[in-house]
Design a protein around this ligand. Structure first.
Ligand code: CTP
Length: 405
């Protein structure tokens, strides 16, 4: 999974360029973001418009695209991503980078970046086997570039042999491996040796075999927090309800459905040094869910559902006498009097910190990609600016790392 990770994808000029569309789609499905760049030849094979549409981001083509001050400069563009991927990497593009040329946007970005570069070569068999190409590949590898493929098979030119670009799924796997192999913090990170529990997502409370009570939580904030903690070296037990967000990389994932199951999984994950309760747990469940699908009885009278309160997972763990994590962080989803309600909630639940969110519909936070949080601790309240859920997670993970140091 690539949750919250971004890839700068350079599409070179080759028949295999059409596969870049599928690659962008797969990266998106894995939770990653793509900024596409096309070489001039690349744009002959795949249109900037189709790439931009699938990526949901502008496709850059020329150095000239970046001269407008409102745009990112090439240095910034080359560094904003977590990884630079070249697919297809042509013989010409590899020759340029191996020899330090920077005469167009793609080669300039490849020289200016401080990130790892993953190349997916694609070319004719004879070209791939040419000593000049072999030399350039060796130079690039010695400079730290990573390679995926090429594979062997029938090629667009009718010849057979090595030179075929790796399939998009293989390139995605190589991207995941490259990012996993490059921890954000060298030397294990500030949370190495620590165990953190994170609850996330909604819970589903069954009414009958086909219906359930749920809420709008996407699970994005919880997954981003778990991944940010894992990147800082923590062992993360991630207990999630049925959320749409991709599961975070590098975490032990425990999938549950109901609040009762979530409590059991969270308790089973203890002991932990810290626990973050980002889940939007359903407050109530149906007393006795029907074993078979409920039918209309013809009278026009709706069924009456008797509800019972669910266990409060945060409170149960925050108030434990034995085995309480050293740092317990709750979340509060509020629509009115956010600060006052959240401060009272911190005390009522017994947690150390509480991250309060205004989830009134106008904010678009519930189910969205951004958050505007207030961190409430014993020392007082701290309002954070409106940030992406990934940035909010990074901040919180830094604070947790400081607190456990
Ligand atoms: N929480 C929990 N178990 C529950 C309900 C909530 O662990 N059964 C946790 C949430 O994960 C969150 C915090 O408690 O960290 C607050 O959730 P919120 O929905 O804001 O609070 P509620 O306790 O449901 O209070 P209310 O809806 O009455 O405001």
């Amino acid at each position: 999974m690539l949750f919250g990770r971004s890839v700068l994808l350079i599409v070179g000029g080759g028949v295999a360029a059409y596969k870049s569309i599928e690659l962008v789609r797969l990266i998106g499905k894995a939770g990653g973001r793509v900024t596409p760049v096309l070489t001039r030849a690349g744009a002959e094979f795949v249109t900037p418009l189709s790439l931009a549409a699938i990526a949901g981001a502008k496709a850059y083509r020329e150095l000239f695209d970046l001269t407008d001050e409102a745009e990112m400069g090439h240095i910034q563009l080359s560094r904003a991503a977590d990884l630079v991927v070249v697919a297809p990497a042509t013989a010409d593009l590899m020759a340029k980078v191996a020899n330090g040329h920077a005469d167009d946007l793609a080669s300039t970005l490849l020289l200016a970046t401080d990130k790892r570069v993953l190349l997916a070569p694609a070319m004719n068999v004879r070209m791939w086997l040419h000593p000049a190409v072999t030399r350039n590949v060796a130079t690039l590898a010695a400079d730290g570039a990573l390679f995926v493929g090429p594979g062997e098979g029938e090629m667009a030119c009718g010849e057979f042999g090595p030179g075929r670009m790796a399939e998009p799924a293989q390139i995605l796997a190589a991207i995941e491996a490259a990012l996993g192999a490059a921890p954000a913090v060298a030397g294990g990170g500030p949370l190495a040796g620590r165990h953190v529990l994170v609850t996330s997502g909604p819970t589903h409370e069954p009414i009958d075999p086909v219906r359930y009570i749920a809420n709008r939580s996407s699970g994005r904030q919880g997954a981003a927090i778990a991944e940010a903690l894992a990147r800082r070296g923590a062992r993360v037990s991630f207990v999630t309800g049925p959320a749409e967000a991709p599961r975070p990389a590098g975490c032990e994932v425990h999938e549950v459905e109901t609040a009762v199951e979530m409590l059991a999984a969270a308790e089973a994950a203890l002991p932990a040094d810290a626990a973050v309760f980002a889940a939007a747990v359903a407050d109530w469940r149906v007393v006795s869910a029907s074993g078979s699908k409920m039918k209309k009885d013809g009278s026009g009278a709706p069924p009456r559902l008797e509800l019972v309160e669910n266990p409060d997972i945060l409170k149960a763990i925050a108030r434990r006498n034995e085995g309480r994590p050293r740092l317990v962080v709750g979340f509060a989803a509020e629509t009115d009097d956010v600060l006052a309600n959240a401060a009272a909630k911190r005390l009522r639940k017994g947690c150390d910190w509480l991250v309060a969110n205004d989830v009134s519909p106008a904010t678009g936070i519930m189910g969205g990609t951004e958050n505007a949080a207030i961190l409430i601790t014993e020392a007082g309240a701290e309002a954070w600016p409106r940030l992406s859920k990934v940035e909010t997670a990074e901040r919180l993970a830094d604070r947790i790392a400081q607190a456990l140091a």
